[in-house]
Design a protein around this ligand. Structure first.
Ligand code: SAH
Length: 228
Protein backbone atom coordinates (compact mmCIF):
# COMPACT_ATOMS: atom_id res chain seq x y z
CA UNK A 1 0.00 0.00 0.00
CA UNK A 2 1.45 3.41 -0.94
CA UNK A 3 1.37 6.59 1.14
CA UNK A 4 -1.59 7.96 -0.86
CA UNK A 5 -3.68 4.87 -0.10
CA UNK A 6 -2.88 5.15 3.60
CA UNK A 7 -3.92 8.81 3.65
CA UNK A 8 -7.10 7.99 1.75
CA UNK A 9 -8.08 5.23 4.17
CA UNK A 10 -7.36 7.54 7.09
CA UNK A 11 -9.68 10.13 5.54
CA UNK A 12 -12.48 7.58 5.13
CA UNK A 13 -12.07 6.49 8.76
CA UNK A 14 -12.29 10.15 9.77
CA UNK A 15 -15.53 10.56 7.77
CA UNK A 16 -16.97 7.54 9.55
CA UNK A 17 -15.99 8.96 12.93
CA UNK A 18 -17.66 12.25 11.94
CA UNK A 19 -20.98 10.46 11.46
CA UNK A 20 -21.03 9.35 7.81
CA UNK A 21 -22.66 5.93 8.20
CA UNK A 22 -23.71 5.06 4.63
CA UNK A 23 -21.18 2.45 3.60
CA UNK A 24 -21.89 2.96 -0.13
CA UNK A 25 -21.01 6.65 0.24
CA UNK A 26 -17.81 5.78 2.13
CA UNK A 27 -16.87 3.23 -0.54
CA UNK A 28 -17.46 5.77 -3.33
CA UNK A 29 -15.27 8.33 -1.52
CA UNK A 30 -12.57 5.68 -1.24
CA UNK A 31 -12.72 4.99 -4.98
CA UNK A 32 -12.34 8.57 -6.20
CA UNK A 33 -8.69 9.77 -6.03
CA UNK A 34 -9.06 13.29 -4.59
CA UNK A 35 -5.36 14.01 -5.23
CA UNK A 36 -6.04 13.96 -8.99
CA UNK A 37 -8.46 16.90 -8.59
CA UNK A 38 -6.17 19.03 -6.44
CA UNK A 39 -3.55 21.49 -7.78
CA UNK A 40 0.03 20.19 -7.99
CA UNK A 41 1.29 22.54 -5.28
CA UNK A 42 -1.26 21.17 -2.76
CA UNK A 43 -0.80 17.43 -3.18
CA UNK A 44 0.30 17.01 0.43
CA UNK A 45 -3.13 18.25 1.56
CA UNK A 46 -5.22 16.25 -0.93
CA UNK A 47 -6.54 13.84 1.73
CA UNK A 48 -6.96 16.36 4.52
CA UNK A 49 -10.54 17.20 5.44
CA UNK A 50 -10.35 20.75 4.06
CA UNK A 51 -11.54 22.68 1.00
CA UNK A 52 -8.75 23.64 -1.44
CA UNK A 53 -8.54 26.23 -4.25
CA UNK A 54 -8.97 24.97 -7.82
CA UNK A 55 -8.50 28.28 -9.71
CA UNK A 56 -11.00 30.89 -10.93
CA UNK A 57 -11.63 31.78 -7.29
CA UNK A 58 -13.41 28.42 -6.75
CA UNK A 59 -12.75 25.53 -4.38
CA UNK A 60 -12.97 21.74 -4.25
CA UNK A 61 -15.31 21.10 -1.31
CA UNK A 62 -14.23 19.69 2.03
CA UNK A 63 -14.56 15.85 1.98
CA UNK A 64 -16.91 15.83 5.00
CA UNK A 65 -19.26 18.21 3.17
CA UNK A 66 -19.11 16.08 -0.01
CA UNK A 67 -19.93 12.99 2.07
CA UNK A 68 -22.71 14.74 4.03
CA UNK A 69 -24.39 16.06 0.88
CA UNK A 70 -24.06 12.73 -0.92
CA UNK A 71 -25.47 10.79 2.04
CA UNK A 72 -28.40 13.23 2.36
CA UNK A 73 -29.40 12.51 -1.26
CA UNK A 74 -30.15 8.83 -0.41
CA UNK A 75 -28.94 7.78 -3.87
CA UNK A 76 -29.73 4.52 -5.59
CA UNK A 77 -28.53 3.10 -8.89
CA UNK A 78 -31.71 4.12 -10.76
CA UNK A 79 -31.41 7.81 -9.90
CA UNK A 80 -31.00 10.57 -12.46
CA UNK A 81 -29.12 13.35 -10.70
CA UNK A 82 -28.62 17.03 -11.53
CA UNK A 83 -25.52 18.72 -10.13
CA UNK A 84 -25.00 22.49 -10.19
CA UNK A 85 -21.35 23.58 -9.84
CA UNK A 86 -19.16 20.88 -11.41
CA UNK A 87 -16.01 22.70 -10.24
CA UNK A 88 -13.14 20.20 -10.19
CA UNK A 89 -15.55 17.34 -10.90
CA UNK A 90 -14.68 15.56 -7.66
CA UNK A 91 -18.23 15.55 -6.23
CA UNK A 92 -19.53 14.58 -9.69
CA UNK A 93 -17.36 11.43 -9.69
CA UNK A 94 -18.51 10.43 -6.20
CA UNK A 95 -22.13 10.76 -7.38
CA UNK A 96 -21.41 8.82 -10.59
CA UNK A 97 -20.46 5.73 -8.56
CA UNK A 98 -23.82 5.77 -6.77
CA UNK A 99 -26.48 6.62 -9.35
CA UNK A 100 -27.56 5.91 -12.94
CA UNK A 101 -26.54 9.21 -14.54
CA UNK A 102 -25.26 12.61 -13.44
CA UNK A 103 -26.07 15.78 -15.38
CA UNK A 104 -23.68 18.50 -14.24
CA UNK A 105 -23.55 22.23 -15.05
CA UNK A 106 -20.60 24.60 -14.49
CA UNK A 107 -20.50 28.32 -15.31
CA UNK A 108 -16.68 28.43 -15.76
CA UNK A 109 -15.89 26.75 -19.06
CA UNK A 110 -12.16 26.13 -18.29
CA UNK A 111 -13.13 24.30 -15.07
CA UNK A 112 -15.68 22.24 -16.97
CA UNK A 113 -13.12 21.18 -19.59
CA UNK A 114 -10.66 20.14 -16.88
CA UNK A 115 -13.39 18.18 -15.06
CA UNK A 116 -14.37 16.41 -18.29
CA UNK A 117 -10.77 15.27 -18.73
CA UNK A 118 -10.98 13.72 -15.26
CA UNK A 119 -14.22 11.88 -16.12
CA UNK A 120 -12.43 10.39 -19.15
CA UNK A 121 -9.32 9.50 -17.19
CA UNK A 122 -11.38 7.73 -14.53
CA UNK A 123 -13.51 6.08 -17.26
CA UNK A 124 -16.77 7.33 -15.78
CA UNK A 125 -19.20 7.14 -18.69
CA UNK A 126 -22.43 8.06 -16.90
CA UNK A 127 -21.73 11.80 -16.63
CA UNK A 128 -23.04 14.47 -19.00
CA UNK A 129 -21.64 17.93 -18.29
CA UNK A 130 -22.19 21.32 -19.88
CA UNK A 131 -21.06 24.91 -19.41
CA UNK A 132 -24.04 27.07 -18.51
CA UNK A 133 -26.12 28.71 -15.83
CA UNK A 134 -27.25 26.02 -13.43
CA UNK A 135 -29.73 28.40 -11.79
CA UNK A 136 -31.98 27.59 -14.74
CA UNK A 137 -31.62 23.85 -14.20
CA UNK A 138 -31.62 21.56 -17.24
CA UNK A 139 -35.18 21.80 -18.65
CA UNK A 140 -34.66 19.20 -21.41
CA UNK A 141 -33.66 16.50 -18.92
CA UNK A 142 -36.13 17.16 -16.09
CA UNK A 143 -37.53 15.81 -13.85
CA UNK A 144 -34.60 14.71 -11.70
CA UNK A 145 -34.73 12.20 -8.87
CA UNK A 146 -32.09 14.13 -6.97
CA UNK A 147 -30.52 17.59 -7.27
CA UNK A 148 -27.30 18.77 -5.61
CA UNK A 149 -26.02 22.33 -5.74
CA UNK A 150 -22.46 23.02 -4.57
CA UNK A 151 -22.65 26.83 -4.56
CA UNK A 152 -24.71 28.90 -2.10
CA UNK A 153 -28.09 30.30 -3.15
CA UNK A 154 -29.04 33.70 -1.77
CA UNK A 155 -32.14 33.50 0.46
CA UNK A 156 -33.83 30.58 -1.25
CA UNK A 157 -33.07 27.98 -3.95
CA UNK A 158 -33.63 28.96 -7.59
CA UNK A 159 -37.25 28.28 -8.49
CA UNK A 160 -36.28 26.28 -11.60
CA UNK A 161 -34.44 23.73 -9.46
CA UNK A 162 -37.39 23.19 -7.13
CA UNK A 163 -39.62 22.83 -10.22
CA UNK A 164 -37.37 20.26 -11.92
CA UNK A 165 -37.32 17.89 -8.95
CA UNK A 166 -39.50 14.79 -9.24
CA UNK A 167 -42.21 14.27 -6.60
CA UNK A 168 -40.54 12.28 -3.84
CA UNK A 169 -37.17 13.61 -5.02
CA UNK A 170 -34.52 15.20 -2.80
CA UNK A 171 -32.48 18.36 -3.30
CA UNK A 172 -29.50 19.40 -1.18
CA UNK A 173 -28.32 23.00 -1.44
CA UNK A 174 -26.49 25.56 0.71
CA UNK A 175 -28.69 28.59 1.33
CA UNK A 176 -27.26 31.92 2.47
CA UNK A 177 -28.98 34.36 4.80
CA UNK A 178 -27.29 37.66 5.71
CA UNK A 179 -25.65 36.02 8.73
CA UNK A 180 -24.61 32.54 7.70
CA UNK A 181 -25.06 29.66 5.24
CA UNK A 182 -26.94 26.50 6.03
CA UNK A 183 -27.01 23.22 4.12
CA UNK A 184 -30.67 22.52 3.44
CA UNK A 185 -32.45 19.38 2.28
CA UNK A 186 -35.74 19.67 0.36
CA UNK A 187 -37.96 16.67 -0.22
CA UNK A 188 -40.70 17.32 -2.77
CA UNK A 189 -44.04 16.12 -1.45
CA UNK A 190 -46.58 17.18 -4.06
CA UNK A 191 -47.27 18.61 -7.51
CA UNK A 192 -48.12 22.00 -5.96
CA UNK A 193 -44.46 22.40 -4.96
CA UNK A 194 -44.78 21.48 -1.31
CA UNK A 195 -41.56 20.46 0.38
CA UNK A 196 -40.37 18.95 3.63
CA UNK A 197 -37.38 21.09 4.57
CA UNK A 198 -34.57 20.14 6.93
CA UNK A 199 -31.44 22.08 7.91
CA UNK A 200 -28.39 19.81 8.05
CA UNK A 201 -25.43 21.95 9.13
CA UNK A 202 -23.77 25.34 8.83
CA UNK A 203 -21.46 25.56 5.83
CA UNK A 204 -19.34 27.97 3.78
CA UNK A 205 -19.66 27.75 0.01
CA UNK A 206 -18.79 30.09 -2.85
CA UNK A 207 -21.91 31.94 -4.12
CA UNK A 208 -24.21 30.68 -6.82
CA UNK A 209 -23.86 33.27 -9.59
CA UNK A 210 -26.03 33.83 -12.67
CA UNK A 211 -25.01 33.30 -16.30
CA UNK A 212 -21.96 31.73 -17.90
CA UNK A 213 -18.77 33.30 -16.45
CA UNK A 214 -17.35 35.97 -18.77
CA UNK A 215 -13.71 35.60 -19.90
CA UNK A 216 -12.69 38.37 -17.44
CA UNK A 217 -13.62 36.07 -14.56
CA UNK A 218 -11.37 33.37 -15.99
CA UNK A 219 -8.08 35.22 -15.60
CA UNK A 220 -7.03 33.73 -12.26
CA UNK A 221 -4.87 30.88 -13.47
CA UNK A 222 -2.66 30.50 -10.45
CA UNK A 223 -3.42 26.85 -9.80
CA UNK A 224 -2.55 24.14 -12.24
CA UNK A 225 -3.64 20.55 -11.82
CA UNK A 226 -1.67 17.51 -10.87
CA UNK A 227 -2.95 15.59 -13.87
CA UNK A 228 -4.83 16.17 -17.08
N1 SAH B 1 -18.44 20.35 -6.41
C1 SAH B 1 -17.27 21.11 -6.72
C2 SAH B 1 -17.25 22.37 -5.92
C3 SAH B 1 -17.09 23.53 -6.80
S1 SAH B 1 -17.25 25.12 -6.04
C4 SAH B 1 -16.03 20.28 -6.48
O1 SAH B 1 -16.13 19.23 -5.85
O2 SAH B 1 -14.95 20.66 -6.95
C5 SAH B 1 -18.81 25.64 -6.75
C6 SAH B 1 -18.85 25.74 -8.24
O3 SAH B 1 -20.13 26.27 -8.60
C7 SAH B 1 -17.83 26.70 -8.84
O4 SAH B 1 -17.04 26.00 -9.77
C8 SAH B 1 -18.68 27.78 -9.51
O5 SAH B 1 -18.12 28.26 -10.72
C9 SAH B 1 -19.98 27.02 -9.77
N2 SAH B 1 -21.17 27.85 -9.97
C10 SAH B 1 -21.57 28.95 -9.29
N3 SAH B 1 -22.73 29.42 -9.78
C11 SAH B 1 -23.09 28.58 -10.80
C12 SAH B 1 -24.21 28.52 -11.71
N4 SAH B 1 -25.19 29.42 -11.70
N5 SAH B 1 -24.24 27.51 -12.61
C13 SAH B 1 -23.25 26.58 -12.65
N6 SAH B 1 -22.18 26.59 -11.84
C14 SAH B 1 -22.10 27.57 -10.91
Amino acid sequence: MNAGDTRKIRLVMHLRAMGISDTDVLAAMERVPRDAFVPAQMQDQAFEDIALPIGRGQTISQPLIVATMTQALELNDRDKVLEIGTGSGYQTCVLAHLCRRVYSIERHKPLLLQAERMFDQLRLRNITAIAGDGMKGWPDQQPFDKIICTAAAQGEPPHALLEQLRIGGIMVIPVATSEYQVLRRYKKEGEDNTFAVKDLMQVRFVPLLPNLAPASENEDDKYSYATG
